[in-house]
Design a protein. Structure first.
Length: 72
């Protein structure tokens, strides 16, 4: 699942065009990949909330977390 790690290749996706474009952009960013590797999933996706709101919402639902309780 891309939410778990958007930086590895996944064969099956059911994304719309805009989501696919954003995923390519996100997964190509080496700085974000480094950030992802050095922080927890929840903190990473909180940081991505404004730039990648679609994936933030997917992550929020996937992890069943109330991200607002996590301090950055």
């Amino acid at each position: 699942m891309r939410v778990v790690n958007p930086f590895i290749e996944h064969k099956e996706t059911t994304l719309f065009h805009e989501e696919t474009f954003q995923l390519i952009e996100l997964s190509s960013d080496k700085v974000l990949e480094s950030t992802f590797s050095s922080t927890s999933n929840s903190k990473f996706w909180i940081r991505m909330k404004n730039n990648y709101p679609i994936f933030y919402e997917i992550a929020r639902r996937f992890f069943s977390l109330s991200f607002r309780h996590i301090s950055l």
